[in-house]
Design a protein around this ligand. Structure first.
Ligand SMILES: Nc1ncnc2c1ncn2[C@@H]1O[C@H](COP(=O)(O)OP(=O)(O)OP(=O)(O)O)[C@@H](O)[C@H]1O
Ligand SMILES: [Mg+2]
Length: 284
């Protein structure tokens, strides 16, 4: 099991309940879309899995990633740095260091494995450089390796951010709205690369998305949040406009705007989506 979330709740200061009774299991090598309207709790959940945010201190609550406990009963594990080494995080705004070269940004993925003084001095050895170049080749931007990160297009920056998770050796890749700031062509490319690293390396990918079309096209399984609750966990192929309206009411229009789902439902049963191995749809 790549990820196990048990009995997770989150209240923010002021009493706002961002997540309610989350229970989820994601197997190694799955590609899962996390969908939900703005404010439904997607980022909160992903940040908790990465140990960047503590859940409510509630008996029995637990998050386990790659077989290691990230947090339990609202307490992040003391060895979180070692755990995080195997959890990659891709952000909407890329989070590259602008003034560093693309190659250096990708090599930063290795920092947690280096003695501190070497990391600080940004001294990377030939092996690390070749690993980073290889990762840039896989995401299709090797020719940009010497450029400053700030000179790349948004789509290229996001590909560099994915290359960084490869160099990091992340077995679980969390991507929080990685295509929200990109044009359609770059979005497609980034989703294809995420699919590629999932299929070829059996990495687990959990990607939050606003666009239900993208979720259906690239992810066999969808977990849908509404106001902090999981309202659907099942095959993406079963997500019809009618079901979305049932789950989200008027908010469904946020997902369906310009969606192919409205035009030709049969077209969205995409052939390039692998069947989800456990086709258990639960509508809560
Ligand atoms: N640091 C915080 N303090 C207080 N409330 C917060 C904080 N972070 C998130 N929230 C609230 O928790 C809820 C869930 O937020 P979250 O950012 O997880 O939603 P989201 O699904 O990622 O939304 P979006 O699609 O806009 O990114 C929202 O109501 C938000 O206002
Ligand atoms: Mg968010």
């Amino acid at each position: 099991m790549s990820l196990r979330i048990e009995n997770v709740n989150k209240h923010f200061a002021g009493g706002k309940r961002a997540l309610c009774d989350i229970n989820l299991q994601i197997g190694q090598g799955e590609m899962v879309a996390l969908i939900g309207a703005s404010g439904s709790g997607k980022s909160t959940l992903l940040r908790m899995v990465a140990g960047l945010l503590e859940a409510d201190a509630q008996p029995g609550s637990k998050i386990v990633a790659n077989g290691k406990c990230v947090q339990r009963e609202g307490r992040v594990a003391p060895d979180i740095r070692a755990i995080r080494a195997e959890v990659g995080f891709v952000f909407q705004q890329f989070n590259l260091v602008d003034r560093l070269s693309v190659l250096a940004n990708v090599m930063v993925g290795r920092l947690h494995r280096m003695p501190l003084w070497r990391g600080l001095a940004r001294w990377f050895n030939a092996h690390e450089r070749s690993r980073a170049l290889e990762a840039l080749e896989r995401v299709g931007i090797a020719e940009c390796h010497a450029q400053r990160a700030s000179t790349l297009s948004g789509g290229q920056q996001q590909r560099a951010a994915i290359a960084r998770t490869l160099v990091q050796g992340a077995r679980l890749v969390l991507a929080d709205e990685p295509i929200a700031s990109l044009d359609p062509e770059s979005s497609r490319k980034v989703m294809e690369i995420l699919t590629k690293i999932q299929r070829e390396d059996a990495r687990t990918v959990v990607v939050s998305l606003h666009q239900v079309d993208m979720a259906i096209r690239y992810c066999p399984r969808v977990v849908a949040l509404n106001q902090g609750r999981v309202v659907y966990d099942g095959p993406s192929a079963a997500l019809t406009p009618a079901l979305l309206r049932e789950l989200y009411g008027m908010q469904a229009d946020e997902f369906l705007q310009g969606s192919e789902l409205l035009q030709s439902p049969e077209k969205t049963q995409s052939n390039n989506v692998l069947p989800w191995p456990a086709p258990v749809a639960q509508v809560a």
